[in-house]
Structure formats: structure tokens, C-alpha cells
Design a binder for this molecule. Sequence first.
Ligand SMILES: [Fe+2]
Ligand SMILES: [Fe+2]
Length: 297
Amino acid sequence: MGSAKFLSVFSPASKQQRQDNFENYWEFTQQHGGQLFEDNKDLAKKRAKLAHFKANPVSLRTPLADPDAFYRNCVDMKDDPQSLDKITLMLTGMYKFARHEWVGIKGAWDVVPNMANSHTVEDKISRVHLAEEFCHWRLFDEMLRTCGLEKVEWVPLSPGKEWIYEQFPKVPGFLMDSPAFVTELMGVTYYFYLDRLIDELLVDEPEVRIRLKELLDEITIDEIAHVGQRRNFIGPVGIKVSKMLVKPFYKLFFADIPEVGILFDIDQMIKDGEAFDFNEVPDYMVERSWIPSYCKA
Ligand SMILES: [Fe+2]
Ligand SMILES: [Fe+2]
């Protein structure tokens, strides 16, 4: 492993290194996403990418056998999941994952300072980060539509659960930074598994397979940057706590998405999360993403 380019995401970092990395990330994120359209929770470059995909649609050669199975099970699993085919499980699982993300960011958007009231580089980074997450939700929506699920609707959680999500961003940073970091790490782990599953399940659907992977890449490249960025909020004690949180967090989150445990090996996902060091990230993603300086060998 002497040639490894990157170090564990749990590698230590000094306060000065973290401050420098925030500045560096802020430079990166502005050119990466382009102009922030705050009223629309959108970013110029991401908007253009999505518009390009929508203007050049592709569709399945063989449409989904039972789209109603998706609509019936996407919010809550009503059928016996073992009775569903793997493509349906992949798509309902994606919906559930994206819905969690969507609910979380809706709650946070109204609570964190807007750009006009962001006075620190960390606040500005967080505002753009949230806008990127809204773009991910739109990209997931497009992935489902690409599979012919034109009737997909985004259903809010119950008001009580939505309220709980709205409280998270109000919790002080030293308590929330580790969970926020581990959540991003979990996202990256899931997206890498999802990418391989798309290859496996859509061998006979080259156009849709390629498109889904292009859409997912747009998300994954951002999320890799988010992993480093959220890690950068964390001090020496918090980073140890974060590593301990990987297992319970992954287990807790995926317990709500039964599809994940059927399609993937959650114990292996946890091991991958604990061992994450950017070396498995393909070069074309590294080039477009961001990695903290102290994670570079
Ligand atoms: Fe995301
Ligand atoms: Fe993210």
C-alpha cells in the first residue's frame, strides 16, 4: 500500500490546517457549483447539467414490468420486499434515501443563515452545501423519471417528524458536527454500492445505465467533497467519536430503508465507511471533487 495517494478521512488535523482548508474549500465550491440562486435553492452549473440531461432524455428499451410496485412501496414498504424484483428494490431504496435527504435539507434551509447573513467562511460554505443537496434531490428525481417513473411525487414526513428534522441545525456545532460528517460518509458509501448495482441490473439497458451513472456521478462528486468539508469542522476528540458513530449511524439509518439490507451487505458498508480514505475514488471524480490537504499522502 506504499503507493496510496490518500490517507484516512479520520486522519488528524490541526486547527490551522482546518482553517486553511475551509478557505481552500470555499474557493473550490464557488467554481464547482457556479452562481448560487438562493431563491430557487439552486446553483448555475448544476442547473445547466440537469437541463442538459432533461433536453436529451433516454428511456428503457424494456419498460419496468410493474411500475405500480414502485409507487406502492416507495414511501413505505407495503409488499413483502423479498417478493419484489431487484430493479424495483433499487428504485424504491433510492427514493427513500433521497426523501430522507430532502426532508433534512428542507428543515435546515430555513434555519441556517442565508448568504446575506453569512459572515464566516463556514456559514457561506454551509449555505452552498445545502443548495447542492437540493440539486441532488433533483438529480435523484431525474434518475427515477429516466426509468419511466413519471408520476413520482415527493411526500413530506409527518409534521412531527419534519419538526424533529428542523431542530437538528439548531443544535450546537460541537454536538452536530460528527453526525453531519458521518451522514455524508454514509451517502458516499451508499452511492458507490448503488453505482455497482446499476451496472449489474441494467446490463441490457446501456442508454439508461450510462445516464443513471452520469446523474449519480454528479451527486457522488459533490458528496466526496462534502465528506472532506464536514470532516474539516471536527477537532481531535470529535474525529474519534465520529469513527465510533459509523456503525450505529449506518445501522440506524438503513434500518429505515429495508431495501438496502436486501441489496447490499450493510456490515461491509460499515467497514468501508470506517476505512474510507479516498483511494477508491476514481481519478475523474477526484479531479472534479475536493479532498482536505491532510488526507493527501
Ligand atoms: Fe447529497
Ligand atoms: Fe452531502
